[in-house]
Design a protein around this ligand. Structure first.
Ligand code: AMP
Ligand code: MG
Length: 488
Protein backbone atom coordinates (compact mmCIF):
# COMPACT_ATOMS: atom_id res chain seq x y z
CA UNK A 1 0.00 0.00 0.00
CA UNK A 2 1.20 3.53 -0.72
CA UNK A 3 0.90 4.44 2.95
CA UNK A 4 3.26 1.77 4.14
CA UNK A 5 4.09 3.05 7.60
CA UNK A 6 3.13 0.31 9.94
CA UNK A 7 2.95 0.10 13.68
CA UNK A 8 0.37 0.62 16.35
CA UNK A 9 1.45 4.21 16.93
CA UNK A 10 0.71 5.25 13.35
CA UNK A 11 -2.21 3.30 12.04
CA UNK A 12 -5.32 1.57 13.20
CA UNK A 13 -6.10 -1.68 11.43
CA UNK A 14 -9.85 -1.47 11.21
CA UNK A 15 -12.49 -2.86 8.90
CA UNK A 16 -15.31 -0.63 7.67
CA UNK A 17 -18.58 -0.98 9.59
CA UNK A 18 -21.32 -2.36 7.33
CA UNK A 19 -24.36 -0.33 6.29
CA UNK A 20 -27.75 -2.00 5.79
CA UNK A 21 -29.15 -2.51 2.27
CA UNK A 22 -26.61 -0.54 0.26
CA UNK A 23 -27.56 0.94 -3.11
CA UNK A 24 -25.74 2.86 -5.83
CA UNK A 25 -26.22 6.60 -5.64
CA UNK A 26 -23.43 7.72 -7.95
CA UNK A 27 -20.65 6.12 -9.92
CA UNK A 28 -17.87 7.63 -12.01
CA UNK A 29 -17.00 5.51 -15.01
CA UNK A 30 -14.05 7.81 -15.63
CA UNK A 31 -12.55 7.01 -12.20
CA UNK A 32 -13.36 3.34 -12.76
CA UNK A 33 -11.35 3.52 -15.98
CA UNK A 34 -8.41 4.95 -14.02
CA UNK A 35 -8.62 1.90 -11.75
CA UNK A 36 -9.18 -0.48 -14.64
CA UNK A 37 -12.50 -1.73 -13.28
CA UNK A 38 -14.56 -3.29 -16.09
CA UNK A 39 -18.09 -1.89 -16.42
CA UNK A 40 -21.40 -3.23 -17.69
CA UNK A 41 -23.67 -1.42 -20.14
CA UNK A 42 -25.21 0.61 -17.31
CA UNK A 43 -21.79 2.05 -16.52
CA UNK A 44 -21.54 0.09 -13.24
CA UNK A 45 -18.95 -2.56 -12.34
CA UNK A 46 -19.58 -5.81 -14.24
CA UNK A 47 -18.44 -7.55 -11.08
CA UNK A 48 -21.42 -6.89 -8.79
CA UNK A 49 -19.39 -7.62 -5.65
CA UNK A 50 -18.04 -4.07 -5.90
CA UNK A 51 -21.25 -2.66 -4.42
CA UNK A 52 -20.65 -4.38 -1.11
CA UNK A 53 -16.97 -3.45 -1.11
CA UNK A 54 -17.67 0.22 -1.80
CA UNK A 55 -20.37 0.17 0.88
CA UNK A 56 -17.85 -1.10 3.41
CA UNK A 57 -19.75 -4.38 3.75
CA UNK A 58 -17.14 -6.68 2.24
CA UNK A 59 -13.39 -6.72 1.65
CA UNK A 60 -13.26 -8.82 -1.49
CA UNK A 61 -14.29 -8.42 -5.10
CA UNK A 62 -13.77 -11.20 -7.61
CA UNK A 63 -10.39 -9.70 -8.51
CA UNK A 64 -9.19 -7.84 -5.44
CA UNK A 65 -8.66 -8.49 -1.75
CA UNK A 66 -8.67 -5.52 0.59
CA UNK A 67 -7.94 -7.55 3.66
CA UNK A 68 -5.77 -5.03 5.48
CA UNK A 69 -7.78 -1.80 5.70
CA UNK A 70 -6.36 0.98 7.87
CA UNK A 71 -7.04 4.38 9.34
CA UNK A 72 -4.07 6.70 9.80
CA UNK A 73 -3.10 9.18 12.48
CA UNK A 74 -2.55 12.82 11.68
CA UNK A 75 -2.71 16.06 13.59
CA UNK A 76 -3.24 19.60 12.46
CA UNK A 77 -4.03 23.25 12.85
CA UNK A 78 -7.72 24.02 12.60
CA UNK A 79 -8.66 27.66 11.96
CA UNK A 80 -5.10 28.63 12.81
CA UNK A 81 -5.07 26.88 16.18
CA UNK A 82 -3.16 23.72 17.03
CA UNK A 83 -5.79 20.98 17.37
CA UNK A 84 -3.54 18.07 18.35
CA UNK A 85 -4.31 14.59 17.11
CA UNK A 86 -7.10 14.19 14.56
CA UNK A 87 -6.66 11.31 12.10
CA UNK A 88 -8.92 9.35 9.79
CA UNK A 89 -12.00 9.53 11.97
CA UNK A 90 -14.31 8.20 9.31
CA UNK A 91 -12.10 7.40 6.34
CA UNK A 92 -10.72 3.90 5.89
CA UNK A 93 -8.04 3.10 3.36
CA UNK A 94 -8.91 -0.17 1.65
CA UNK A 95 -5.74 -0.59 -0.37
CA UNK A 96 -4.11 0.18 -3.71
CA UNK A 97 -5.33 -0.36 -7.22
CA UNK A 98 -3.30 0.71 -10.24
CA UNK A 99 -1.06 2.88 -8.08
CA UNK A 100 -4.04 4.66 -6.53
CA UNK A 101 -5.22 4.47 -2.95
CA UNK A 102 -8.87 3.60 -2.51
CA UNK A 103 -10.42 5.13 0.58
CA UNK A 104 -13.96 4.89 1.92
CA UNK A 105 -15.21 8.05 3.61
CA UNK A 106 -18.05 7.57 6.09
CA UNK A 107 -17.15 3.90 6.62
CA UNK A 108 -17.57 3.85 10.39
CA UNK A 109 -15.71 4.42 13.61
CA UNK A 110 -11.94 4.21 13.88
CA UNK A 111 -9.54 4.86 16.73
CA UNK A 112 -9.43 8.46 15.53
CA UNK A 113 -13.17 9.13 15.51
CA UNK A 114 -13.07 11.10 18.77
CA UNK A 115 -16.69 12.17 19.42
CA UNK A 116 -17.81 11.49 15.83
CA UNK A 117 -19.98 8.65 14.59
CA UNK A 118 -17.65 7.68 11.75
CA UNK A 119 -20.37 8.37 9.20
CA UNK A 120 -20.99 10.84 6.40
CA UNK A 121 -24.43 11.89 5.22
CA UNK A 122 -25.79 11.44 1.71
CA UNK A 123 -25.81 15.22 1.12
CA UNK A 124 -22.12 15.79 1.83
CA UNK A 125 -21.12 12.58 0.04
CA UNK A 126 -22.85 13.70 -3.16
CA UNK A 127 -21.16 17.09 -2.88
CA UNK A 128 -17.75 15.46 -2.48
CA UNK A 129 -18.41 13.09 -5.36
CA UNK A 130 -19.58 15.78 -7.77
CA UNK A 131 -16.93 18.31 -6.87
CA UNK A 132 -14.07 15.82 -7.11
CA UNK A 133 -15.12 14.93 -10.63
CA UNK A 134 -15.88 18.56 -11.50
CA UNK A 135 -12.39 19.60 -10.39
CA UNK A 136 -10.88 16.86 -12.46
CA UNK A 137 -12.96 18.03 -15.42
CA UNK A 138 -11.59 21.53 -14.90
CA UNK A 139 -8.07 20.11 -15.02
CA UNK A 140 -7.32 20.97 -11.39
CA UNK A 141 -5.44 18.41 -9.28
CA UNK A 142 -7.82 16.62 -6.95
CA UNK A 143 -8.62 13.36 -5.28
CA UNK A 144 -11.09 11.53 -7.49
CA UNK A 145 -14.42 9.98 -6.58
CA UNK A 146 -15.39 6.51 -7.65
CA UNK A 147 -18.80 6.13 -6.07
CA UNK A 148 -21.38 7.05 -3.53
CA UNK A 149 -23.23 4.16 -1.97
CA UNK A 150 -26.33 5.00 0.05
CA UNK A 151 -28.20 3.29 2.84
CA UNK A 152 -31.29 4.11 4.84
CA UNK A 153 -29.18 4.01 8.00
CA UNK A 154 -30.20 7.13 9.93
CA UNK A 155 -27.49 9.62 10.85
CA UNK A 156 -28.09 12.55 13.14
CA UNK A 157 -26.77 15.95 12.18
CA UNK A 158 -28.88 19.14 12.67
CA UNK A 159 -31.73 16.96 11.45
CA UNK A 160 -32.01 13.25 10.88
CA UNK A 161 -30.41 12.29 7.57
CA UNK A 162 -29.19 9.05 6.00
CA UNK A 163 -25.70 7.62 5.70
CA UNK A 164 -23.62 7.24 2.57
CA UNK A 165 -20.11 6.09 1.79
CA UNK A 166 -18.03 7.97 -0.75
CA UNK A 167 -15.19 6.00 -2.31
CA UNK A 168 -12.36 8.34 -3.14
CA UNK A 169 -9.13 7.77 -4.93
CA UNK A 170 -5.73 9.46 -4.96
CA UNK A 171 -2.11 8.40 -5.47
CA UNK A 172 -1.73 9.25 -1.78
CA UNK A 173 -3.85 10.80 0.93
CA UNK A 174 -0.82 11.97 2.93
CA UNK A 175 -1.47 15.42 4.36
CA UNK A 176 0.55 18.19 5.95
CA UNK A 177 -1.11 16.99 9.15
CA UNK A 178 0.67 13.64 8.91
CA UNK A 179 4.01 15.45 9.15
CA UNK A 180 2.78 17.69 11.93
CA UNK A 181 1.72 14.60 13.83
CA UNK A 182 5.19 13.13 14.08
CA UNK A 183 6.88 16.51 14.50
CA UNK A 184 4.61 17.40 17.40
CA UNK A 185 5.34 14.12 19.15
CA UNK A 186 9.04 14.52 18.29
CA UNK A 187 9.00 11.12 16.69
CA UNK A 188 11.83 11.86 14.29
CA UNK A 189 12.18 8.27 13.08
CA UNK A 190 8.57 8.23 11.96
CA UNK A 191 8.88 11.70 10.49
CA UNK A 192 11.84 10.56 8.44
CA UNK A 193 10.07 7.38 7.34
CA UNK A 194 7.11 9.42 6.18
CA UNK A 195 9.26 11.90 4.24
CA UNK A 196 11.25 9.07 2.65
CA UNK A 197 8.04 7.28 1.73
CA UNK A 198 6.73 10.37 0.01
CA UNK A 199 10.00 10.94 -1.80
CA UNK A 200 10.20 7.31 -2.95
CA UNK A 201 6.64 7.18 -4.18
CA UNK A 202 5.91 10.68 -5.39
CA UNK A 203 8.93 12.97 -5.42
CA UNK A 204 11.80 10.79 -6.71
CA UNK A 205 13.66 13.89 -7.98
CA UNK A 206 14.11 15.02 -4.35
CA UNK A 207 16.30 12.01 -3.70
CA UNK A 208 18.92 13.33 -6.12
CA UNK A 209 18.93 16.82 -4.63
CA UNK A 210 21.70 18.12 -2.32
CA UNK A 211 19.21 18.47 0.47
CA UNK A 212 16.36 16.00 -0.20
CA UNK A 213 14.04 17.26 2.55
CA UNK A 214 14.39 20.90 1.52
CA UNK A 215 13.77 19.86 -2.06
CA UNK A 216 10.74 17.87 -0.95
CA UNK A 217 9.44 20.88 0.91
CA UNK A 218 9.91 23.20 -2.07
CA UNK A 219 8.19 20.71 -4.37
CA UNK A 220 5.15 20.30 -2.12
CA UNK A 221 4.95 24.04 -1.59
CA UNK A 222 5.19 24.76 -5.33
CA UNK A 223 2.45 22.26 -6.12
CA UNK A 224 0.15 23.81 -3.54
CA UNK A 225 0.97 27.34 -4.73
CA UNK A 226 -0.03 26.35 -8.25
CA UNK A 227 -3.13 24.61 -6.93
CA UNK A 228 -4.41 27.75 -5.19
CA UNK A 229 -3.76 29.82 -8.31
CA UNK A 230 -5.94 27.34 -10.18
CA UNK A 231 -8.67 27.55 -7.53
CA UNK A 232 -8.65 31.34 -7.75
CA UNK A 233 -8.94 31.14 -11.52
CA UNK A 234 -12.25 29.25 -11.40
CA UNK A 235 -13.64 31.02 -8.35
CA UNK A 236 -13.34 27.97 -6.10
CA UNK A 237 -13.38 28.40 -2.33
CA UNK A 238 -12.32 25.32 -0.39
CA UNK A 239 -13.89 26.44 2.86
CA UNK A 240 -11.73 24.59 5.41
CA UNK A 241 -8.05 25.05 4.64
CA UNK A 242 -6.90 23.51 7.90
CA UNK A 243 -3.46 21.93 7.71
CA UNK A 244 -5.00 18.47 8.04
CA UNK A 245 -6.92 19.13 4.82
CA UNK A 246 -3.84 20.05 2.79
CA UNK A 247 -2.47 17.33 0.54
CA UNK A 248 1.23 16.51 0.41
CA UNK A 249 0.73 15.95 -3.33
CA UNK A 250 -0.85 19.33 -4.01
CA UNK A 251 -4.29 17.85 -4.62
CA UNK A 252 -7.62 19.36 -3.67
CA UNK A 253 -8.84 17.07 -0.88
CA UNK A 254 -11.54 16.90 1.79
CA UNK A 255 -14.50 18.55 0.15
CA UNK A 256 -16.81 19.98 2.78
CA UNK A 257 -18.51 23.37 2.80
CA UNK A 258 -16.77 24.40 -0.44
CA UNK A 259 -18.37 26.77 -2.93
CA UNK A 260 -17.78 28.17 -6.38
CA UNK A 261 -18.38 31.88 -6.65
CA UNK A 262 -21.48 32.94 -8.49
CA UNK A 263 -21.43 36.76 -8.33
CA UNK A 264 -17.82 37.78 -7.75
CA UNK A 265 -17.11 39.01 -4.28
CA UNK A 266 -13.45 39.03 -3.48
CA UNK A 267 -13.96 38.39 0.24
CA UNK A 268 -16.65 35.76 -0.24
CA UNK A 269 -16.87 33.23 2.63
CA UNK A 270 -18.38 29.91 1.61
CA UNK A 271 -18.20 28.20 5.00
CA UNK A 272 -20.89 29.54 7.28
CA UNK A 273 -18.94 28.45 10.37
CA UNK A 274 -16.01 30.61 9.29
CA UNK A 275 -17.20 33.76 10.96
CA UNK A 276 -13.89 35.59 10.78
CA UNK A 277 -13.50 34.84 7.07
CA UNK A 278 -10.15 33.11 7.57
CA UNK A 279 -10.85 30.97 4.51
CA UNK A 280 -12.48 33.65 2.35
CA UNK A 281 -11.70 33.60 -1.39
CA UNK A 282 -9.06 36.34 -1.32
CA UNK A 283 -7.29 34.82 1.70
CA UNK A 284 -6.78 31.35 0.21
CA UNK A 285 -3.28 32.09 -1.18
CA UNK A 286 -2.00 33.51 2.09
CA UNK A 287 -3.63 30.69 4.06
CA UNK A 288 -2.02 28.06 1.86
CA UNK A 289 1.29 29.84 2.42
CA UNK A 290 0.61 29.66 6.16
CA UNK A 291 -0.04 25.93 5.85
CA UNK A 292 3.25 25.55 4.03
CA UNK A 293 4.87 27.29 7.01
CA UNK A 294 3.34 24.55 9.19
CA UNK A 295 4.88 21.97 6.88
CA UNK A 296 8.26 23.74 6.93
CA UNK A 297 8.27 23.75 10.68
CA UNK A 298 7.30 20.06 10.78
CA UNK A 299 10.19 19.21 8.43
CA UNK A 300 12.67 21.31 10.40
CA UNK A 301 13.93 18.39 12.52
CA UNK A 302 14.81 16.49 9.33
CA UNK A 303 16.64 19.41 7.76
CA UNK A 304 18.57 19.88 11.00
CA UNK A 305 19.86 16.33 10.83
CA UNK A 306 22.59 17.59 8.48
CA UNK A 307 22.62 21.27 9.45
CA UNK A 308 22.72 23.41 12.54
CA UNK A 309 19.37 24.54 13.86
CA UNK A 310 19.98 28.05 12.58
CA UNK A 311 21.01 26.87 9.12
CA UNK A 312 17.93 24.68 8.90
CA UNK A 313 15.71 27.60 9.88
CA UNK A 314 17.35 29.93 7.37
CA UNK A 315 17.13 27.39 4.53
CA UNK A 316 13.52 26.55 5.18
CA UNK A 317 12.57 30.19 5.59
CA UNK A 318 13.98 31.09 2.23
CA UNK A 319 12.36 27.99 0.68
CA UNK A 320 9.05 29.10 2.16
CA UNK A 321 9.45 32.55 0.59
CA UNK A 322 9.36 30.89 -2.84
CA UNK A 323 5.68 30.13 -2.34
CA UNK A 324 4.65 33.72 -3.06
CA UNK A 325 6.74 33.82 -6.21
CA UNK A 326 5.39 30.55 -7.59
CA UNK A 327 1.85 31.56 -6.73
CA UNK A 328 2.16 34.95 -8.44
CA UNK A 329 3.73 33.42 -11.56
CA UNK A 330 0.97 30.85 -11.88
CA UNK A 331 -1.81 33.30 -11.12
CA UNK A 332 -0.56 35.73 -13.73
CA UNK A 333 -0.03 33.05 -16.30
CA UNK A 334 -3.52 31.61 -15.86
CA UNK A 335 -5.32 34.95 -15.77
CA UNK A 336 -3.44 36.14 -18.85
CA UNK A 337 -4.75 33.06 -20.64
CA UNK A 338 -8.24 33.68 -19.31
CA UNK A 339 -8.12 37.07 -21.00
CA UNK A 340 -6.81 35.59 -24.23
CA UNK A 341 -3.25 36.87 -23.92
CA UNK A 342 -0.55 34.61 -25.23
CA UNK A 343 2.21 37.17 -24.70
CA UNK A 344 3.30 39.02 -21.57
CA UNK A 345 3.00 42.79 -21.69
CA UNK A 346 3.60 45.46 -19.09
CA UNK A 347 0.32 46.44 -17.54
CA UNK A 348 -1.32 43.00 -17.89
CA UNK A 349 -1.56 42.48 -14.15
CA UNK A 350 -3.05 45.93 -13.62
CA UNK A 351 -5.60 45.16 -16.34
CA UNK A 352 -6.58 41.87 -14.69
CA UNK A 353 -6.87 43.56 -11.31
CA UNK A 354 -9.03 46.36 -12.70
CA UNK A 355 -11.38 43.78 -14.20
CA UNK A 356 -11.67 41.87 -10.93
CA UNK A 357 -12.35 45.11 -9.05
CA UNK A 358 -15.10 46.07 -11.50
CA UNK A 359 -16.59 42.56 -11.25
CA UNK A 360 -16.50 42.78 -7.46
CA UNK A 361 -18.15 46.21 -7.45
CA UNK A 362 -21.06 44.90 -9.53
CA UNK A 363 -21.04 41.31 -8.21
CA UNK A 364 -20.78 40.02 -11.76
CA UNK A 365 -20.98 36.27 -12.27
CA UNK A 366 -17.36 35.08 -12.25
CA UNK A 367 -17.68 32.12 -14.60
CA UNK A 368 -19.98 33.68 -17.16
CA UNK A 369 -18.08 36.95 -17.38
CA UNK A 370 -14.79 35.28 -18.28
CA UNK A 371 -16.56 32.98 -20.72
CA UNK A 372 -18.26 35.93 -22.39
CA UNK A 373 -14.99 37.82 -22.87
CA UNK A 374 -14.14 35.18 -25.46
CA UNK A 375 -17.07 36.44 -27.57
CA UNK A 376 -15.52 39.86 -28.08
CA UNK A 377 -14.76 40.83 -31.65
CA UNK A 378 -11.85 43.15 -31.71
CA UNK A 379 -13.32 45.51 -34.34
CA UNK A 380 -16.90 45.56 -33.10
CA UNK A 381 -18.15 48.72 -31.34
CA UNK A 382 -17.96 48.57 -27.56
CA UNK A 383 -21.68 49.17 -27.16
CA UNK A 384 -22.36 45.87 -28.96
CA UNK A 385 -20.60 43.89 -26.20
CA UNK A 386 -23.35 42.33 -24.14
CA UNK A 387 -21.50 41.72 -20.86
CA UNK A 388 -21.40 45.52 -20.39
CA UNK A 389 -24.94 45.19 -19.09
CA UNK A 390 -23.69 43.28 -16.06
CA UNK A 391 -21.81 46.30 -14.71
CA UNK A 392 -23.46 48.99 -12.65
CA UNK A 393 -20.65 51.46 -13.28
CA UNK A 394 -20.78 51.22 -17.06
CA UNK A 395 -18.26 54.04 -17.65
CA UNK A 396 -15.55 52.33 -15.65
CA UNK A 397 -16.16 49.04 -17.43
CA UNK A 398 -16.24 50.71 -20.85
CA UNK A 399 -12.89 52.27 -20.08
CA UNK A 400 -11.60 48.84 -19.14
CA UNK A 401 -13.00 47.35 -22.36
CA UNK A 402 -11.25 49.99 -24.45
CA UNK A 403 -7.94 49.21 -22.77
CA UNK A 404 -8.58 45.47 -23.06
CA UNK A 405 -9.36 45.63 -26.75
CA UNK A 406 -6.27 47.77 -27.31
CA UNK A 407 -4.27 45.11 -25.47
CA UNK A 408 -5.80 42.36 -27.61
CA UNK A 409 -4.50 44.31 -30.58
CA UNK A 410 -0.97 43.35 -29.48
CA UNK A 411 -1.84 39.67 -29.98
CA UNK A 412 -1.58 38.05 -33.38
CA UNK A 413 -4.60 35.77 -32.91
CA UNK A 414 -7.85 36.32 -34.83
CA UNK A 415 -11.19 36.50 -33.00
CA UNK A 416 -12.15 32.89 -33.62
CA UNK A 417 -8.82 31.38 -32.62
CA UNK A 418 -8.74 33.53 -29.51
CA UNK A 419 -12.26 32.45 -28.55
CA UNK A 420 -11.27 28.82 -28.88
CA UNK A 421 -8.22 29.32 -26.67
CA UNK A 422 -10.23 31.27 -24.11
CA UNK A 423 -13.06 28.71 -24.04
CA UNK A 424 -10.47 26.06 -23.20
CA UNK A 425 -9.55 27.87 -19.98
CA UNK A 426 -12.78 29.68 -19.05
CA UNK A 427 -15.26 26.95 -18.14
CA UNK A 428 -18.88 27.34 -19.08
CA UNK A 429 -20.05 25.09 -16.26
CA UNK A 430 -19.05 24.89 -12.61
CA UNK A 431 -20.66 23.00 -9.72
CA UNK A 432 -22.81 25.84 -8.48
CA UNK A 433 -24.22 25.21 -5.01
CA UNK A 434 -27.81 25.42 -6.16
CA UNK A 435 -27.20 22.77 -8.83
CA UNK A 436 -25.69 20.40 -6.29
CA UNK A 437 -28.60 21.15 -3.97
CA UNK A 438 -31.18 20.17 -6.60
CA UNK A 439 -29.35 16.89 -7.25
CA UNK A 440 -29.17 16.22 -3.50
CA UNK A 441 -32.85 16.86 -2.90
CA UNK A 442 -33.79 14.50 -5.73
CA UNK A 443 -31.37 11.87 -4.43
CA UNK A 444 -32.91 12.12 -0.99
CA UNK A 445 -36.11 10.97 -2.74
CA UNK A 446 -34.15 8.17 -4.44
CA UNK A 447 -34.01 9.87 -7.84
CA UNK A 448 -30.32 9.87 -8.80
CA UNK A 449 -30.78 11.07 -12.39
CA UNK A 450 -29.69 14.64 -11.72
CA UNK A 451 -26.33 13.49 -10.37
CA UNK A 452 -25.68 11.80 -13.69
CA UNK A 453 -26.69 14.88 -15.66
CA UNK A 454 -24.32 17.05 -13.61
CA UNK A 455 -21.55 14.51 -13.89
CA UNK A 456 -21.86 14.44 -17.67
CA UNK A 457 -21.69 18.24 -17.94
CA UNK A 458 -18.99 18.79 -15.34
CA UNK A 459 -16.69 16.13 -16.73
CA UNK A 460 -16.37 18.40 -19.79
CA UNK A 461 -17.03 21.88 -18.40
CA UNK A 462 -15.34 23.72 -21.26
CA UNK A 463 -17.73 22.29 -23.86
CA UNK A 464 -20.99 24.04 -24.74
CA UNK A 465 -23.52 21.25 -23.99
CA UNK A 466 -26.27 23.03 -25.96
CA UNK A 467 -29.09 21.05 -24.36
CA UNK A 468 -28.01 22.18 -20.89
CA UNK A 469 -27.77 25.97 -21.22
CA UNK A 470 -29.78 26.44 -18.02
CA UNK A 471 -26.99 24.83 -15.99
CA UNK A 472 -24.77 27.78 -16.84
CA UNK A 473 -27.22 30.34 -15.47
CA UNK A 474 -26.39 31.80 -12.05
CA UNK A 475 -28.91 31.09 -9.30
CA UNK A 476 -31.90 33.35 -8.79
CA UNK A 477 -31.59 35.38 -5.57
CA UNK A 478 -33.74 32.93 -3.57
CA UNK A 479 -31.58 29.95 -4.64
CA UNK A 480 -28.33 31.86 -4.10
CA UNK A 481 -29.41 32.50 -0.54
CA UNK A 482 -29.69 28.78 0.28
CA UNK A 483 -27.08 28.16 2.95
CA UNK A 484 -25.03 25.04 2.62
CA UNK A 485 -24.70 23.38 5.96
CA UNK A 486 -21.16 22.68 7.11
CA UNK A 487 -22.11 19.54 8.96
CA UNK A 488 -21.30 16.45 7.01
P1 AMP B 1 -13.00 17.57 8.50
O1 AMP B 1 -13.44 18.88 9.05
O2 AMP B 1 -14.08 16.81 7.76
O3 AMP B 1 -11.75 17.68 7.71
O4 AMP B 1 -12.69 16.65 9.76
C1 AMP B 1 -11.81 17.01 10.78
C2 AMP B 1 -11.54 15.80 11.61
O5 AMP B 1 -12.75 15.33 12.18
C3 AMP B 1 -10.95 14.63 10.85
O6 AMP B 1 -10.06 13.98 11.71
C4 AMP B 1 -12.16 13.77 10.56
O7 AMP B 1 -11.82 12.42 10.39
C5 AMP B 1 -12.98 13.97 11.82
N1 AMP B 1 -14.42 13.79 11.57
C6 AMP B 1 -15.26 14.60 10.91
N2 AMP B 1 -16.50 14.10 10.92
C7 AMP B 1 -16.46 12.94 11.59
C8 AMP B 1 -17.43 11.94 11.95
N3 AMP B 1 -18.72 12.04 11.60
N4 AMP B 1 -16.98 10.88 12.65
C9 AMP B 1 -15.70 10.76 13.00
N5 AMP B 1 -14.75 11.65 12.73
C10 AMP B 1 -15.12 12.73 12.02
MG1 MG C 1 -10.47 16.67 6.78
Amino acid sequence: MAYTLSGEDVIHRVAPSPIPNPYWVAFSSSTAKLLNIPLNNQGLPSDSTWLDVLAGNSLQTNDYDFLDPIATAYSGHQFGVWAGQLGDGRAILLGDIQGQELQLKGAGITRYSRMGDGRAVLRSSIREFLCSEAMHGLGIPTSRALSVVGSDLPVRRETLETAAVCARVAPSFIRVGHFEHFASTQNIDRLKQLADLLIDGHYPESKEADSPYVHLFKSISARNAKLVAQWQSVGFCHGVLNSDNISALGLTIDYGPFGFLDGFQIDHICNHSDQGGRYAYHRQPQIMHWNMACLASALHPLVSLDNSNEEATATLTSALDEFAVVYAQNWQQIFRKKLGFTTEQDGDVKLIERLLQAMHDSKVDFTNLFRSLGEIKINAPINSISCRDEFIDRNTFDQWLEDYIARLGLESCNDLARKMQMDAINPKFILRNHLAQIAIEKAQKKDFSEINVLLRILENPYDDHDAYESYAIPPSPDLAAVEVSCSS
